[in-house]
Design a protein around this ligand. Structure first.
Ligand code: GDP
Ligand code: FE
Ligand code: FE
Length: 197
């Protein structure tokens, strides 16, 4: 198991309290994914000269709200003045964009860099900070992932974070189209920036 004691939690809560809240908010499998994303984010941060502690915390909380009930999401989108178009989407899209509401409320993390990285972790964005890229890519290549192309994704991402983002967006778009899924416009916008050589 990993070092889940974050030197700085960016919150009045202790690292133990954050770990406990996260554990209570999701199934074991999802929790273990979050631990691996945290470890992978730490590695990518080290390689790219970014604050390892901050990356590890952001990676750990990135899917905090993935299993919040759909009805709770719909209520929060309406009551907290989120873009009403979000009501046409689902938890795959909500857990980053709206998920930060629950992270702020429950984990009391208000650091804008961390929240932005969580907000962008599913779709990417036209503009991405180093932390955004680290979390986006770590989520895709963490050691538990097993899909055709994951080895190549790891190779590309460890050689260049930007190319890792591009590879992931291309793969995600291909996957969505293959499965006749709706493409969230921001995913496509991000692909047009990062996915094209
Ligand atoms: P996870 O939370 O660790 O499973 O990973 P992500 O947050 O990256 O992705 C969650 C899900 O959203 C995955 O199944 C993606 O394929 C899906 N996803 C990513 N972009 C889009 C999009 O533009 N539209 C739709 N419908 N799904 C998307
Ligand atoms: Fe996610
Ligand atoms: Fe994830």
């Amino acid at each position: 198991m990993t070092k889940l004691i974050f030197k700085n939690t960016y919150s009045p809560l202790s690292s133990e309290q954050i770990v406990a809240k996260e554990k209570a908010n999701m199934k074991k499998k999802r929790f273990e994914h979050c631990v691996r994303v945290s470890e992978t984010a730490r590695k990518l941060a080290k390689l790219n000269g970014y604050d390892e502690e901050k990356a590890a915390l952001a990676g750990f909380v990135h899917d905090y709200a993935k299993q919040v009930p759909v009805e709770e999401y719909r209520k929060v989108i309406k009551e907290q003045d989120f873009d009403p178009d979000l009501l046409n989407w689902n938890r795959a899209i909500w857990h980053g964009i709206v998920g930060i509401f629950f992270i702020e409320r429950d984990l009391k993390i208000r650091d804008p860099e961390i929240l932005t990285a969580v907000r962008r972790h599913t779709t990417g964005d036209t503009k991405m900070t180093t932390l955004d890229k680290i979390i986006f890519v770590a989520d895709f290549i963490e050691p538990g992932r097993d899909f055709p192309g994951v080895e190549e994704a790891r190779k590309v991402a460890y050689a260049s974070l930007d190319e890792g983002v591009g590879y992931e967006l291309q793969h995600t778009l291909e996957f969505l189209i293959e499965n006749k899924n709706k493409v969230y416009p921001r995913t496509l916008e991000a692909y047009n920036v990062w996915g094209i050589k």
